[in-house]
Design a protein around this ligand. Structure first.
Ligand code: NAD
Length: 355
């Protein structure tokens, strides 16, 4: 297939394929836009079934970062990288350093942070080859951004609950969290502490055991959460979970979670809207982590970071209100707002950031 006609290609500025024979690194770095600044976005490691699946993921994720960063008011563009491999068995120090070198060769056009399958410790190893990584685990690093992501999602869930169900807080509500990894676990912890009845799922049984033991929540290691009744369904695992097959089975009032690219296709948010389910756009509500990474890198204080993350829920509220007034899906309004920000940037910034 011609790369420029790939279904997920959206005028990405650069797409880099990296192969390093010595370390067996196979990776893709996708830079969607540097219009607002250097592209910032996670580095994911995942055992993709094919190169095509990895490319689609990188193209979609990087475009999502452009929208996320614009809506979050961050002067960063959108990028993402994916390493093809199983993080449990294929990840080595040499491989991470080779990835760091590939990022370094871009001269600062792309700044990586942790994502699914990578950790702040991995970022510190990459940082031996490049200064263009964030969220490191050592003293000067911002550490794991996942709790900040979870916090932004938690506040957004409370906002959505208030908007749709007219309730102040999640106490007594049933919330299903799909994926009990770094973000899902932290989110489940916040929800449970606020009195929600949390049910979690993870394909890794050990993650279920840990959540049961430490959070005293019910868990399951299969996909049964999709058709169980709840008030809020919070996807916190991988993308594409909201699609033609899954949406008719959902028995929830609200979908609000941390996972990137929850919608399999651009049309799926309309299916949710038609089903009467309030869908909170993922790139809007899961921006807490990138806000923390970006602001720490720019020397902002804890208070400034907390304030910025606290602005996510009011932003969601404003989008939900406009969606209500126009009888339109919230995703449509969020996209329009991001497009407006990006358009006005194009008009106002005569000089590119790197010049
Ligand atoms: P993670 O790898 O720590 O956790 C993901 C968890 O989901 C894993 O435990 C995995 O076993 C589980 N999982 C995978 N498929 C599943 C399925 N079908 N059903 C149930 N569980 C499943 O990753 P994370 O950092 O917690 O990120 C989770 C999601 O949130 C990802 O989509 C990521 O891109 C997105 N996200 C993360 C951050 C962050 O700060 N870490 C920020 C924004 C968005």
């Amino acid at each position: 297939m011609d790369s420029f006609s790939h279904p997920e290609f959206a005028s990405h500025e650069r797409v880099l394929f990296i192969a390093d024979e010595q370390t067996r690194l196979r990776a893709i770095i996708a830079i969607h836009s540097t219009q607002r600044g250097p592209a910032i976005g996670g580095c994911r490691m995942w055992p993709y079934q094919s190169q095509e699946a990895a490319l689609s993921d990188a193209l979609r994720l990087s475009r999502g970062m452009t929208y996320k960063n614009a809506l979050a008011g961050i002067d960063s563009g959108g990028g993402k990288s994916v390493i093809i491999g199983n993080p449990v068995i294929d990840k080595t120090q040499a491989l991470l350093k080779a990835m760091g070198k590939a990022i370094n060769d871009l001269g600062g056009l792309y700044i990586a942070a942790e994502d699914s399958g990578t950790s702040p410790h991995d970022m510190s190893i990459m940082a031996e080859s490049t200064p263009f990584v964030a969220g490191l685990d050592h003293a000067n690093g911002s550490g794991d951004p996942s709790p900040s992501t979870a916090h932004g999602v938690y506040l957004s869930i409370c906002e959505a609950v208030h908007f749709r169900l007219g309730k102040a807080g999640v106490g007594g509500l049933r919330v299903h969290v799909q994926g009990l990894g770094k973000v899902g676990f932290a989110l489940a912890e916040m929800l449970a502490a606020s009195g929600a009845i949390v049910v979690g799922s993870d394909i890794k049984p050990e993650n279920c055991r840990i959540a049961e033991r430490e959070l005293s929540i019910e868990t399951t290691s299969n996909d049964s959460l999709f058709n169980q009744a709840c008030d809020v369904f919070a996807p916190c695992a991988m993308g594409g979970v909201l699609n033609q097959q899954s949406i008719p089975n959902l028995r929830t009032s609200i979908v609000a979670g941390a996972a990137n690219n929850q919608l399999l296709t651009q049309h799926d948010h309309v299916l949710l809207h038609e089903a009467g389910i309030l869908y909170c756009p993922d790139y809007l509500i899961n921006a807490g982590g990138v806000i923390e990474v970006y602001r720490r890198r720019h020397g902002d204080s804890d208070d400034a970071i907390a304030k910025s993350i606290g602005e996510i829920a009011p932003r969601l509220r404003s989008i939900l209100e406009e969606a209500n007034q126009r009888a339109a899906p919230p995703e449509k309004i969020a996209r329009e707002r991001a497009d407006t920000i990006l358009r006005s940037d194009r008009q106002n910034r005569s000089e590119p950031w790197a010049a």
